[in-house]
Design a protein around this ligand. Sequence first.
Ligand code: IMP
Length: 431
Amino acid sequence: MANVVVVGAQWGDEGKGKIVDWLSERADIIARFQGGHNAGHTLVIDGKVYKLNALPSGVVRGGKLSVIGNGVVLDPWHLVTEIEKIREQGVEISPETLMIAENTPLILPIHGELDRAREEASSKGTKIGTTGRGIGPAYEDKVGRRSVRVADLADEATLTARVDRALQHHDPLRKGLGIEPIDRDGLIAQLKEIAPEILKYAAPVWKVLAENRKQGKRILFEGAQGSLLDIDFGTYPFVTSSNVVAGQAAAGTGMGPGAIDFVLGIVKAYTTRVGEGPFPTELDDADGQRLGERGREFGTVTGRKRRCGWFDAALVRQTCAVSGVSGIALTKLDVLDGFDVLKICVGYDLDGKRLDYLPTAADEQARCTPVYEEIEGWNESTEGARSWADLPAAAIKYVRRIEELIDCPVAMLSTSPEREDTILVTDPFAD
Ligand code: IMP
């Protein structure tokens, strides 16, 4: 039985929400495997808008199991608020429909404080432009072996020991940044209060997934952010703090790599980025402005204006390779309607040398200038197209050229936020 991983193949905000929702109807289990509530997934179902951060998109569909895997960092207070909000919209959430891996590290209030204090203390050029939600510091504590994890909430002695261990590290750091020391007893009391709200969903997720897989259940692994924000393969250090690439779906839930049958890369028909960092095809002219306006490019979590630019085929070819993408879902093609000419970046010029990938060294990245190929635009509307026949020839040419350049086929094409406005080429769940 096929299991599918969905990953963003650019800098996030590729329109994963709609595609994940579309696929989740065909899945039995929907699992998050990295990131945290830095993600913002917007789902539009029958005209109703659901905004999710930490919860897997499957929660809004009845009869599915939603899973938060160990690769995620979880803010328990945020989760409880998010659950309440979604419940108010008429969605049922119970321990039968939501499970959280017991080995998931928690994001504590001290992580958000540290994240924001560091950003404030950074000068231009060193600021990351984080969401300020404590994601980085929480992952640092995970690999530093001083996290409070979900299972620790069940035993007061363990919880206290974990908090003390974190304090040892954090208090000197806070002092250096001019933040008052941690209120140890207050933090422990807060954790004890929230514990039952989280523990009711705690489960050995690796085991539940293994059993379900044996029974032939279909799993949809829902990625957050995008591969260019991956801690290893992204534009470091302007990245998020987790592995975003598809391979993480296995480690971030407790399954073997053989559990992944199809990797669907979500790719926007142009490029956007929020936060700081390199962006070779960024446009600060009228074309960039037009992309931002037509694409309504504002961050769902922070409300920040997204930076916009032409499609970068060299970068997407790279992310498709590192995630082993089987096929892409191309989104927001309609935003390109009405451009006379479109540009696609096919590689870079570095000191007179032609490269077909973005080098890793920061100084080389800064010296890379995009090499563009121009392609004819179209005036017709592609919004809401549901078959190839609904698309103008120039739009089909643009899509086909992208496939060639990124060396990966289009499996799906999305032409509006509505789930029905999708052209399906290959069903990722077909076995
Ligand atoms: P952090 O994940 O909050 O540490 O932020 C690190 C970088 O990742 C910043 O550039 C953020 O803007 C970016 N980022 C984090 N989550 C998302 C997302 O869901 N979409 C787009 N960018 C994101």
